[in-house]
Design a protein around this ligand. Structure first.
Ligand code: A2P
Length: 279
C-alpha cells in the first residue's frame, strides 16, 4: 500500500474524474481513497480509465456505507462499488464506521468482508473509525485482523493510544483529514482550520522552504502513518506529493509531536450513527 494517496471526500463526481486523472498522470500518485458515501466512485473509475497508468499499478480503496451493514447488503454493496469504479477487484475495502449499538450486525458485516476477500473482490479488508473496543469485538468473533484502520489523525489529534494498539496487532494506521479537513461537512458551524494556519508549523515550514501542508504530510510519513490528503485543485494535489525531497529533523518532529491537543474536527466513532438502519 503506498504511504501517500489522494483522498476525494467532498469532491463531486465530475471534478473527481479530472483530479484523479491529474494525480495519476501528472503528480505521481498511485493510491486513491474513495467511499460509497462520497458519491464519486464513478468519477474515480473514469479518472483511472482516462489516465495512462495501469490499473494494477494503482491502489484503490473504497468503503462500505453505514446503511449497508449486514451480510446481504454488504455483498450487494461491494458489487455496486466495483461496477461504479469499473473494476473487478478493490485493493482495500473498509467498513466506513462501526456504528453505535449494532455489535451483532458489525460482526456479521466483518465476516462478510472476509467472504468478499475470499472471493477475490478485495485484496485486503479493513476498517475505518474503529476504537480499540470495536477491534476487540472483531477479534473475539473472527480470526481475521483488519489490515488497516483509517481514522482522523493529524498533529492536533495524534491518536497515540490507538496507534500503539494497532501497532501491537499489525494493523496499519491511515489518517483521514490529515490537514484538518475542509471545515465543513459535520453539521453545526464550520470550523476554521487550525492546522493550516498554525504558527508553530509555519516556522518549521519556513525553515524548510515548504508549505504547512507539506510539513504536516511529511510528519505523517515520518511517523509511519499512511496519509491521504484531499484537494480538488491540481496545484495543491501536486504540492501535497512533493514531500519526498526534504526531511523533518528530530527537533521538528518533537515540536510537532508536542502539538497534540485531542482536537477532533470530525465525529467521534462512539457517537456517529449517521445513515445507519434503525434496528
Ligand atoms: P481544496 O480541495 O479546496 O484544495 P484534508 O485532507 O485534511 O481533508 O484537508 C483537505 C482540505 O485542505 C481541503 O479543504 C483542501 O481544499 C485543503 N487543502 C488541501 N491541500 C492543501 C494545500 N496544499 N494547501 C492548502 N489547503 C489545502
Amino acid at each position: 500500500m503506498p504511504q501517500l494517496g489522494l483522498g476525494v471526500w467532498q469532491a463531486d463526481d465530475e471534478e473527481t474524474e479530472e483530479i484523479v486523472r491529474f494525480a495519476l498522470d501528472d503528480a505521481g500518485y498511485r493510491s486513491i481513497d474513495t467511499a460509497t458515501d462520497y458519491g464519486n466512485e464513478a468519477g474515480v473509475g473514469r479518472g483511472l480509465a482516462a489516465s495512462g497508468v495501469d490499473r494494477d499499478d494503482v491502489f484503490i480503496t473504497t468503503k462500505l456505507w453505514n446503511a449497508e451493514h449486514g451480510r446481504v447488503n454488504t455483498l450487494a454493496a461491494v458489487d455496486t462499488s466495483l461496477s461504479l469504479l469499473g473494476l473487478d477487484h478493490l485493493d482495500l475495502y473498509l467498513i466506513h464506521w462501526p456504528l453505535v449499538g449494532h455489535e451483532e450486525r458489525l460482526v456479521e458485516t466483518w465476516a462478510t468482508m472476509i467472504e468478499i476477500q475470499g472471493a477475490g473482490k478485495a485484496r485486503s479488508i479493513g476498517v475505518s473509525n474503529f476504537e480499540p473496543h470495536h477491534l476487540d469485538l472483531l477479534a473475539a468473533h473472527t480470526d481475521v485482523v483488519p489490515a488497516v484502520n483509517q481514522v482522523e489523525l493529524h498533529p492536533l489529534l495524534q491518536q497515540r493510544e490507538l496507534r500503539s494498539y494497532c501497532a501491537e496487532r499489525g494493523i496499519t494506521v491511515e489518517a483521514w483529514s490529515p490537514l484538518g479537513g475542509s471545515g465543513r461537512g459535520w453539521g453545526g458551524e464550520p470550523h476554521t482550520n487550525q492546522l493550516l494556519g498554525n504558527p508553530t508549523l509555519a516556522v518549521i515550514a519556513e525553515k524548510h522552504g515548504k508549505s504547512i501542508a507539506q510539513v504536516i504530510i511529511r510528519w505523517h510519513l515520518q511517523s509511519g502513518i499512511v496519509v491521504i490528503p484531499k484537494s480538488s485543485r491540481t496545484a495543491r494535489v501536486a504540492q501535497n506529493a512533493e514531500v519526498f525531497d526534504f526531511a523533518l529533523d528530530d527537533e521538528d518532529m518533537a515540536v510537532i509531536n508536542g502539538l497534540d491537543a485531542g482536537r477532533r474536527f470530525g465525529a467521534h466513532p462512539d457517537e456517529l450513527n449517521f445513515g445507519a438502519p434503525a434496528s
